[in-house]
Design a protein around this ligand. Structure first.
Ligand code: ARG
Length: 474
C-alpha cells in the first residue's frame, strides 16, 4: 500500500487511503485495517452478494439506468468471478475491507466502466443487509430439513419402542413408568416447535432491504418489487432507515437456534446418563464415542457432551447480537459488521449438530431389560395403587397416605409393591382385592394412560405415525 497521493477521482480502488475518495489524506495502520475489515469472514456471503448484484443490475437495466450492454457485461463478469471464487482462484484483499468491495473491484478490473455503474442507487448498507438475509434464508431451509430428518428418526425409534418400559423421572427420582417411545416423542415435539419457530422467523428474514441505499432511499426511479421477485423475497422492507439498520431477523434466528441447541442439550444429558454403566439403558454407536488415552475400559459419549457444551456458544451469540443492537441509533452503524461471525457460527453449529444427531438417533442401541428392571425398582406404580383405591371410593388424599405406608413397609422389607401378597396388601386397606395386581404391573400402568398425550403403547403408535407422516422426505 502506498502513501503517495493518487490522481483524484481516478482509479478509486488503487489504494486503501483513497478507497473512498480524495477526502482521505493518510492511510490506516495495518492494525486498524485488520480491525475494520470483515473480508476474512464475510467472504462466505460471496455467492449471495453476486446474486444480489445481478438482481440489482437487472433492475437498473429495466428502468434504463444502465444499458443492456452494461448488464450483459456485468453478468459475464460476475460469472467469471463466481467461477474464480468456487475454484479458489479469487484473491481476497484485506485492503478492500469486505466481500462487497472485493467483488466490485474485481468486476471493474474485468469489465471496466460497466462495473463502475453497478453501484448506482445502492449502498453497501442495503447490500449487506440483503446478503445476510439471502444467506440466512438458505441456512433456515437447511436447518428445517435437518429437523425433519431428526424428527423422522426419533419417530421411527419410538415406533419400535412403543411397548418398551422405563422409569419416568421427576427430580431425577423414579416417578411413574413410561414407554421409551413416549419419551422419545417428547423430543420430537420440541424439535417440531423449533421447526415452527424457524418457519416463522423465515417470514421476516425474507424481506428485501435493497433500495434503501445508505439510509434514505435513492433518487433513481428504482423498481424494488422487481428485485424482490428476482431474489425470491416475499416482501419489500417498507422503511429505508429500518431496512439498513435493524438485525432483529438475525436475533430471532439466533433465539431459534439457541432453543434448538437447548433441546439438543437436554437430550444429550439424557443420553449421557442413560449410557453411564450405572444406568445402562442404551449404548451409542461407536462412531459417536471415543476412548480414553489412559483408561482402556472407557467409552465416552463425546458427541452428546460436545453438543451440550456447544449450546453455550450459541446462547452466547444470541446475547451478543441483542447487545450489539441495543445501543444503536438509526440508521446503519458499523457495529452491525459484528453481527456476522456469531450468526455464521450459530448456523454452522446447528447444522452440524442436527446432521450428527439425526444419524446418532438411528444408532441408539436400546437395552429394554435394564430399563425394565429400573422401572421395577422405584415403586413406580405407587400412583397406580392410589388411583386404584380412588376408583374403589376412597378419597385421593387418604389413598395417597395409605400407599405411602405400603411403600415404606416395602422399603423396610426390601421388596416392591407388586411383591406383596394380597393378604399383606389388605393390611393397608381392606378395599384392596385380587384385581390390584393388574394395576401394579408396569404394563397395566402404562396401558391405562391411553388419552391424547398419554404414555400408553397404543397412543405412542398413533403419535409416532403422526410424526412420521409429517416428516416424510419431500
Ligand atoms: N462490511 C459492512 C458490514 O458488514 C458492510 C457495510 C458497510 N457500510 C459502511 N457504510 N461502512 O456491515
Amino acid at each position: 500500500m502506498s502513501n503517495s497521493t493518487p490522481p483524484s477521482g481516478q482509479n478509486q480502488f488503487a489504494n486503501k487511503a483513497q478507497a473512498w475518495s480524495a477526502r482521505f489524506s493518510e492511510p490506516v495502520s495495518d492494525l486498524v485495517k485488520r480491525y475494520t475489515a470483515s473480508v476474512n469472514f464475510d467472504q462466505r456471503m460471496a455467492k449471495v452478494d453476486i446474486q444480489g448484484s445481478l438482481a440489482h443490475a437487472d433492475m437498473l437495466a429495466s428502468i434504463g439506468i444502465i444499458s443492456s450492454e452494461d448488464l450483459t457485461a456485468i453478468q459475464s463478469g460476475m460469472a467469471t468471478i463466481l467461477a474464480e471464487i468456487e475454484q479458489g482462484g479469487f484473491s481476497w484483499s484485506l485492503d478492500l475491507e469486505d466481500v462487497h468491495l472485493n467483488i466490485e473491484k474485481r468486476l471493474v478490473e474485468l469489465i471496466g466502466d460497466a462495473g463502475k455503474r453497478l453501484h448506482t442507487g445502492r449502498s453497501r448498507n442495503d447490500q449487506v443487509a440483503t446478503d445476510i438475509r439471502l444467506w440466512l434464508r438458505e441456512e433456515i431451509d437447511i436447518a428445517l430439513d435437518l429437523l425433519r430428518q431428526l424428527r423422522h428418526n426419533l419417530a421411527k425409534l419410538a415406533q419400535q419402542h412403543a411397548d418398551t418400559i422405563l422409569p419416568g423421572f421427576t427430580h431425577l427420582q423414579v416417578a411413574q413408568p413410561v414407554t421409551f417411545g413416549h419419551h422419545l416423542l417428547a423430543y420430537a415435539e420440541m424439535f417440531g416447535r423449533d421447526a415452527e419457530r424457524l418457519v416463522d422467523c423465515r417470514k421476516r428474514v425474507n424481506r428485501l432491504p435493497l433500495g434503501a441505499a445508505a439510509l434514505a432511499g435513492t433518487s433513481y426511479p428504482i423498481d424494488r418489487e422487481r428485485v424482490a421477485r428476482t431474489l425470491g423475497f416475499d416482501e419489500v422492507c417498507r422503511n429505508s432507515l429500518d431496512a439498513v439498520s435493524d438485525r432483529d431477523f438475525a436475533i430471532e434466528f439466533c433465539a431459534a437456534a439457541a432453543l434448538i441447541m437447548t433441546h439438543i442439550s437436554r437430550f444429550s444429558e439424557e443420553l449421557i446418563i442413560w449410557m453411564s454403566p450405572r444406568v445402562g439403558f442404551i449404548d451409542l454407536a461407536d462412531r459417536f464415542c471415543t476412548g480414553s488415552s489412559i483408561m482402556p475400559q472407557k467409552k465416552n459419549p463425546d458427541v452428546p457432551e460436545l453438543a451440550r457444551g456447544k449450546t453455550g456458544r450459541v446462547n452466547g451469540h444470541l446475547i451478543a447480537l441483542l447487545t450489539l443492537m441495543k445501543g444503536q441509533p438509526l440508521a446503519y452503524n458499523k457495529d452491525n459488521q459484528e453481527d456476522k461471525e456469531g450468526l455464521f457460527d450459530a448456523a454452522d453449529t446447528i447444522r452440524e449438530t442436527l446432521t450428527i444427531f439425526a444419524d446418532l438417533v438411528g444408532g441408539i442401541k436400546v437395552k429394554p431389560e435394564a430399563m425394565r428392571s429400573a422401572a421395577l425398582q422405584g415403586f413406580a406404580t405407587a400412583t397406580d395403587l392410589a388411583d386404584y383405591l380412588v376408583k374403589k371410593g376412597i378419597p385421593f388424599r387418604d389413598a395417597h397416605e395409605t400407599v405411602a405406608h405400603a411403600v415404606r413397609a416395602c422399603e423396610e422389607q426390601g421388596c416392591d409393591l407388586a411383591d406383596l401378597s394380597l393378604d399383606q396388601l389388605k393390611q393397608f386397606h381392606e378395599r384392596i382385592e385380587g384385581d390390584v395386581f393388574e394395576v401394579l404391573t408396569l404394563e397395566g400402568s402404562v396401558a391405562a394412560r391411553n388419552h391424547i398425550g398419554g404414555t400408553a403403547p397404543e397412543r405412542v403408535r398413533i403419535e409416532a405415525q403422526r410424526v412420521l407422516d409429517q416428516t416424510v422426505a419431500n
